[in-house]
Design a protein around this ligand. Structure first.
Ligand code: SAM
Ligand code: FES
Length: 452
């Protein structure tokens, strides 16, 4: 069976710093060039690319193998890619200058490298050294912190179309020597490029952190900068059993609120159409969006049903941000905002749908029981409450993002966490909902729906 004319395996193995490997020799750029060139030459249906582990020619990477012929290319550079795609994949003629032609020598080289790798692995095991992957995870904070500081200082925008470290430092008011150290580290991490003393953003960092619409994510990423401080208290929080430095939404000031809601908005805007489609809103007349944040979900539901009137409940300091988005969407006449406290307020009466998106994780079990009871009372007969949140597996060890998010709530809230399907199901039934179901969506956050 031939689903594709060619199947290309590109080695993307990375190894400890200083050990030769394809990732260290630029396989990422080759891969990117291959993807672009295959699309540009109209071969997406003819060529399948698969990333793979070491092919055993580590000193001569980046390496790739093309099937069905089994052609082994070595030392491939991004500039070789257009020729490979045109000559090999379009015309069926391999690019001879990059091909390993001597099969016996190739086999021997692979075997020798395999033996070396095995011997190194055994020596490492015997020496009691920490495994490299473990060390990399432990040191992961260094890379994360360097990027966050770059974002916090707005370095990517300051670089613009290219700048020296001195120019960047002058623009953002930082120390020139330290700025250069940071820029160099960002280059080492692939976040910037450097040539002749000039620093340039990459395509990705320019697009998301360069300060240009429509994809600029700096405001949303500032939320992660703020989370850093909370996560630094994790050890104390585990001892104390609760957040030791709580700053829930509005308690952190304008900067916190703006970046928090910007982060929520970015995620909600992308996900809202899926939620609307899964829930279905035709026939509904009144909806309540509890802790509606930026209004992204209210807007998506209102756009899907012209007869729908929505109330968005949130803290007073968040409402101007929601109102801004609602006005931009031209929905001010159908989406009303209400300042209130979702933990204690009477929610109203007669709603067909109540959405609780990314709220339950802020509350403890008692808070959720109480909220769901008030939702039950606020719904019309046959009305539905829709919870959208990370949902943990029964033993609470996955999905990884949901398990880590539980810690995010530990460091940031009084008694919030991530919860499992059976916890949500139990609270919904206890509140009186007669039909309870889970709806799976792509990604770690799913829906729990209760019908009154
Ligand atoms: C994680 S955000 C979710 C926003 C939105 N539902 C979404 O999914 O994008 C939590 C929202 O709850 C709001 N919130 C937090 N505590 C609240 C309270 N006590 N009463 C009302 N809203 C609250 C926050 O201001 C924020 O907009
Ligand atoms: S790391 Fe690519 S061939 Fe070994």
């Amino acid at each position: 069976m031939e689903a594709f004319r060619y199947h290309v395996f590109v080695c993307d193995q990375s190894k400890a710093e200083g050990v030769p490997c394809c990732a260290g020799r630029g396989s990422g750029k080759v891969m990117e060039a291959l993807r672009q060139e295959i699309a540009a030459q109209g071969l997406l249906d003819a060529v399948q690319i698969t990333l793979c582990g070491s092919l055993g020619l580590c000193e001569r990477g980046p390496n790739m193998v093309v099937y069905p012929e089994g052609v082994w290319y070595s030392a491939v550079q991004p500039e070789d890619v257009p020729e490979i795609v045109r000559s090999h994949f379009q015309q069926g003629r391999k690019v001879e200058r990059l091909v390993n032609k001597d099969a016996a020598a190739l086999k021997e080289e692979i075997q020798t490298n395999r033996n070396k790798a095995l011997a190194a692995m055994k020596a490492r095991e015997a020496s009691g050294e920490l495994p490299e992957e473990l060390l990399q995870t432990i040191r992961g904070f260094q890379e994360s912190r360097a990027i966050l500081t770059g974002i916090e200082l707005n370095i990517f925008a300051a670089i613009g179309n290219g700048a020296t470290a001195g120019q960047v430092a002058a623009k953002i008011g930082t120390d020139a020597r330290a700025t250069e150290m940071l820029l160099n580290a960002l280059v080492a991490m692939g976040m910037l490029a450097k040539s002749g003393g000039m620093f340039h953003s990459t395509r990705v960092t320019a697009r998301y952190f360069g300060g240009k619409a429509p994809d600029d994510a700096r405001a949303a990423m500032m939320h992660i900068v703020h989370l850093w401080e909370r996560w630094s208290t994790l050890t104390e929080c585990v001892r104390a059993g609760t957040s030791v430095k709580r700053q829930e939404a509005a308690e952190g000031g304008d900067d916190w609120t703006e970046s928090f809601i910007a982060a929520m908005h970015r995620n909600a805007r992308a996900r809202a159409p899926q939620v609307v489609e899964a829930v279905g809103i035709q026939g509904a007349r009144r909806m309540l969006d509890v802790g509606g944040g930026s209004g992204a979900y209210s807007i998506a539901f209102a756009q899907a049903n012209e007869m729908l009137q929505v109330e968005l409940l949130d803290l007073p300091e968040v409402l101007p941000i929601a109102q801004r988005h609602i006005e931009e969407a031209g929905l001010g006449h159908r989406i009303k905002t209400r300042a209130g406290d979702l933990r204690t307020d009477f929610l109203g009466k007669g709603f067909d749908v109540i959405l609780i998106s990314a709220i339950c994780h802020m509350l403890g079990p008692e808070g959720n029981r109480n909220l769901l009871k008030r939702c039950y009372e606020a719904l019309a007969p046959e009305g539905r409450v829709v919870i959208s949140d990370f949902i943990l597996e029964a033993d609470k060890t996955g999905p990884k993002q949901a398990a880590l998010f539980a810690l995010n709530m530990l460091v940031g809230t009084h008694d919030g966490s991530s919860y499992s399907e059976s916890e949500y199901g139990g609270w919904l039934r206890e509140a009186g909902f007669r039909k309870v179901c889970r709806m799976r969506l792509p990604g770690p956050a799913h829906l729990m729906v209760g019908t009154r």
